[in-house]
Design a protein around this ligand. Sequence first.
Ligand code: SIN
Length: 509
Amino acid sequence: MNVVVVGSGIAGLTAALHAYERGHSVTVMTKGALGDGCTGYAQGGVAGLYGPDDSPALHAADTLAAAAGLADAAAVEVLVEGAGAGIAELIMRGVAFDRSADGIPLRGREAAHSRARIVHAGGDATGAAIARALVSATRASAITVVEQAFLLDLVVSDGSVRGTRMLVDGVPTHVDAEAVVLATGGAGHLYAHTTNPEGTTGDGIAAALRAGADVADLEFVQFHPTILAAGPAFLVSEAVRGEGATLIDDDGRRFTFDSHPDGELAPRDVVARAIARCAAEQGSPMRLDATMLGAETLRDRFPTIDRVTRERGFDWAHAPIPVTPAAHYLMGGIVTDVDGRTTIPGLFAVGETARTGVHGANRLASNSLLEGAVFGARAAAALALPWPVESRARRSTIAARAAAPQDDSAVPFTDTVPFTDTASFTRAALQRLMWDDVGLLRTAEGLRRARDTIAVWTAQPSSARTVADHEDANLLLLAATTASAALDRTESVGSHHLETTAAPVLEIA
Ligand code: SIN
């Protein structure tokens, strides 16, 4: 079968390698260079190496609890049952996970995990080690790699996907395929502050929306709690808190226990909100105190964070560092079954692009690389199987909702702030709007303002020529869908959190 994989993170390259190993003819098309994208930035590890006191069932329970009741238990079971094979495969492909002096793989803990079950590589450079190994396996295969290839749209005919339209080095190109696997990552650049690298603009999800695929849960955007509050967004891994670092306010008080009995190790959405609220109250960033871990441990266990914090003028071995939340991960995406099948025959989605149901309203730490490994392989295994009949019937409810007139009556707050700003669209203005109004702490008024502003911008005439123009169009479409989905969800759950009054989230300096 002739298969096109769009994207080259862990999910895309796992799908590509498995498809190739199963005898398919595989082309990987990727927006930048092979392996660019979010995977290489992941500091956290891969969850799923179970010690004697642990099991897939406990991991599943933690995943479901962090997801605030909205994860799909069957999909979570597939995820955790696949962890052993996923981690073994990464080792087989050359990822050297960290081991003790006597060669035993080290198991770390991160927030909302009840056990230490996360494997890391290079301390805090797990994603980079995985990206290197998968890129090198791909290069060593006969998989065709096309870099600088931007996804314009999916080609759908007779209800099935037949290929893609791409801009390759700026040249419009039609690519035929019997199956397309979308692995284009999330959409962190919807927001003014994000941990995601440039280019994370939701291209695959936007193309799927335009093609009529089901997309769901876009209102669930995860904000990582601890971004260094100085300079360009730089993530300070949750594993630092897993090792014992604490979060303190201006008075040195561990404030997260006010929000959750697990304090710093509460689910990520809870910790992010606690930091944002406290920072707004005190007018200064909250601080991560890792001094108790000692200079040597910090340097050896977290070499990347140690280097970057020092480059930015902090000595975290001796003084707490300022931290603040930023957009990190999209729980929603293209609706798939547990084999990556979307609602359009021939179209698969994997990794952050997909909404498999494993994350619900809030992803558990270090489940995303795992998801890419497990579901990338499963999608490849499903390529040659007959398309299940029931998948064909599902319609694009969220896409329809984004386009339909909105009914405000469902929203529990009534004092609408009228939209008055008619300034033209710019990406920066959209990112600002999303940060202020569709961010970590939301209000119904803010969501309506965002929806109305985005509608005005969407109606402005535009003609996309460059990759940046197309990315802007994708961001606008996803912003409209996200704001609409957030307005439709009238109760706070997980990462979708409604407040009665807006509280600004402190900016990265
Ligand atoms: C982190 O290291 O805190 C991020 C890991 C993740 O996003 O799962």
